[in-house]
Design a protein around this ligand. Structure first.
Ligand code: FES
Length: 350
């Protein structure tokens, strides 16, 4: 039919079933129902949400999505985040507790209520929802739909859950990026914005025996600010040592130390280490209490831990940034230093 109504989805070999609203991607319908269907990026990129259709009719929203190879696709596999059920369906899908949403994601109308430039290409945008709800875990993200821009973009929240319905995001202006340019250049005129969330499993875990390392580059600052705020107010994490590593290309990209100072006007206990991969060493202002380095941030992190005789396995790591950064860091922590997977928290939608 041209306008299907609510359909029901059953997961094969289980007693799990749920409903999907017309037009809602299969993955989001599952998560909205509190079902822990495996996923990560929600954007067609990572491949974590692969499923197989056993029965029924499904529309593939993005047949070229990079999260699935041509061979898997030929065998009938699909990305749950990039397909919409058109009829009642039975699917084979991975369901695990760790993917079960802590807060059920919802779609809501929002309007822009705040804009604050941070660097030459980063700014904080704050949106307010009409229903006054902003419930999420530090480190989670939401999908933003901007009228006139195709698809949605995943942005991590920079603030904490609040009763004012405010969702803040540090967003980077991308060269040629339709969404970010629209947000930066036409923000006064934007109407009809929709925010769907929260999503993401890289959120702050307060039950941990370990110290904490946060690593970011670019707009990866956003979740790191939220997680830092979450750590600061957590009684369970009060005794933990926390290090924040932030990498940029040049001095003008660095902003973590300043943003943390702004977030905690009465001071904080975080060790902040910023580094640039290019530009001249020492060519920028050195904050008195900051350790500043030259190099890629994963190399700087390794050097810093070694210098301080710290055990790589003694930390939980939260990281977010451009894929070359997060990939290099992930490889290093896993292959070189054998940090177990369950101590690594990151998003892969950037
Ligand atoms: Fe669907 Fe990443 S490709 S969650």
């Amino acid at each position: 039919g041209s306008c299907p109504g609510k359909v029901s989805i059953r997961i094969a070999d289980s007693d799990i079933d749920f409903h999907a609203e017309p037009g809602d991607p299969l993955l989001r319908a599952a998560l909205r129902s509190g079902i822990g269907m495996a996923y990560d990026c929600n954007s067609g990129g990572c491949g974590s949400c692969q499923i197989e259709l056993v029965e029924g009719e499904i529309e593939d929203i993005w047949p070229e999505a990079p999260g699935i190879g041509a061979r898997a696709r030929k065998r009938g596999r699909l990305l749950a985040c990039q397909c919409r059920p058109l009829s009642d369906c039975v699917v084979e899908a991975r369901v695990e507790d760790r993917f079960r949403p802590v807060v059920l994601p919802q779609r809501r109308s929002v309007r822009l209520v705040g804009f604050r430039p941070i660097t030459h290409d980063l700014a904080e945008f704050t949106f307010a929802s009409e229903d006054g709800k902003a419930d999420f875990q530090p480190g989670q993200y939401a999908m933003l739909a901007i009228p006139g821009v195709e698809g949605e973009r995943a942005y991590s929240m920079a603030n904490l859950a609040n009763a004012e319905g405010q969702w803040s995001f540090v967003i980077k202006r991308m060269a040629g990026g339709a969404a970010s340019n629209r947000l930066f250049d036409e923000r006064e005129a934007l109407e009809g914005l929709e925010l769907d969330g929260p999503y993401g499993t890289a959120y702050l875990r307060e039950e941990t025996p370990r110290d904490i390392i946060l690593v970011a580059g670019g707009s990866g600052l956003s979740p790191i600010l939220s997680i830092a705020a979450g750590i600061a107010r957590s009684e369970k994490l009060a005794g933990k040592r926390v290090m924040v590593f932030y990498g940029g290309r040049e001095a003008k990209d660095l902003c973590a130390a300043r943003q943390l100072d702004r977030l905690f006007p009465d001071g904080h206990r975080f060790e902040v280490i910023e580094a640039t991969s290019e530009g001249e060493e020492g060519a920028w202002e050195a904050g008195a209490s900051r350790v500043q380095y030259k190099g890629f941030i994963h190399e700087v992190l390794a050097a810093y831990l070694k210098e301080n005789a710290l055990d790589f396995g003694g930390f939980g790591y939260y990281f977010c940034g451009p894929p070359p950064m997060t990939n290099a860091l992930l490889r290093m922590l896993q292959l070189e230093f054998n940090v177990p997977e369950d101590q690594l928290f990151f998003d892969s939608f950037l």
